[in-house]
Design a protein around this ligand. Structure first.
Ligand SMILES: [Zn+2]
Ligand SMILES: [Zn+2]
Length: 311
């Protein structure tokens, strides 16, 4: 009970300079997209309002999930945790003598899939990786929030990149058209027509800067999203993937069978894997989380499934 309460505490000390910088980037991209692109260009027309609503929604949801990943506990082994000898022998035996995994730094047994994080100086349940961009580990408690963050932030970034690119094209076409029509050297594109701000150059610099930030961010986060789609599909963590690769390299080097070492006990089939990570109700999979995912000390394996199941 005490542990459950502790796991729900907000870890505000996780908010460091990196986190504040990322929040500032969020705000900057949102500001430029709405107030330098959508409002002057589309005004409060139906497309304008639709763009504002969609971008506000995706930005708000990604900010929420991001802050969730920063300040909420990824999950720690409960005090006095004792492994189930039968389960641990089937699921994973990391020690060569076959004994249960024990963290010598935290001085307690490790539940399946948990690992000790050197940065956080503690064990983390179903540890995926330590994320410097959230100054926190991504583990059992916040993995769903992390995955949803990747969905929402990619939607928002693709929207931002699309808006900036479309607006730049629109301005170039406007300038070209004005030249063609010989409306005079002072003819200005749509930005100055709004009359909100004195310098078109400031807006151009802001949009160029936003584009220079948003484009590589979108590419990087899209790749990260695709990677985690793969991990979710096979119910693996990044650490387990790395361990699998290492094991297969070791096996190849020592001449052992690679196939058996590749068997991942927690891969229960796509639908079961998704239910396990996002919850039993598919209607709520995309809903933002309001508390850390419960449990985390035991996981069903493919050997727990009925013989005529998905595997
Ligand atoms: Zn530990
Ligand atoms: Zn960590």
């Amino acid at each position: 009970m005490l542990e459950e309460r502790r796991s729900c505490e907000f870890q505000l000390w996780r908010v460091n300079f990196t986190v504040l910088t990322i929040l500032a980037v969020f705000c900057f991209l949102y500001y430029v997209s709405i107030f330098c692109v959508v409002v002057p260009w589309l005004s409060y027309s139906v497309p304008g309002i639709t763009n504002i609503w969609v971008l506000t929604l995706t930005t708000g949801l990604s900010l929420y999930c991001y802050l969730f990943c920063v300040v909420l506990d990824p999950g720690r082994p409960p005090p006095g945790y004792l492994p189930d000898p039968e389960v641990s022998s089937v699921q994973e035996v990391k020690r060569k003598d076959g004994a249960a995994r024990f963290c010598t730094k935290c001085q307690h047994f490790k539940p399946p899939r948990s690992h000790h994080c050197r940065k956080c100086q503690r064990c983390v349940l179903r540890m995926d990786h330590h994320c410097p961009w959230t100054n926190n580990c991504i583990g059992h408690g916040n993995y769903r929030a992390f995955f949803l963050f990747l969905i929402y932030v990619n939607a928002a970034l693709i929207h931002v990149v699309g808006l900036l690119a479309a607006h730049t094209l629109h301005i170039l076409q406007t300038i070209h058209l004005q030249r063609v029509l010989r409306t005079g050297l002072q003819a200005k594109p749509v930005l100055l027509a709004a009359g909100w701000i004195g310098s078109i150059w400031l807006w151009a610099v802001l949009q160029a800067l936003a584009f220079a930030i948003a484009l590589p961010l979108t590419i990087g986060l899209l790749l990260l999203f695709v990677w985690h789609v793969h991990l979710v599909a096979v119910n693996k963590t990044t650490i387990e993937y790395q361990e699998g690769v290492t094991a297969s390299i070791d096996a190849a080097a020592s001449g052992l069978g690679v196939v058996e070492l590749h068997q991942h006990p927690y891969d229960l089939g796509l639908y079961s894997n998704m239910m396990h990570i996002f919850g039993s109700n598919p209607g709520q999979w995309a809903a933002p989380p309001c508390r850390p995912t419960a449990g985390g000390t035991a996981y069903p394996t493919k050997w727990d499934m009925p013989a005529n199941g998905e595997h």
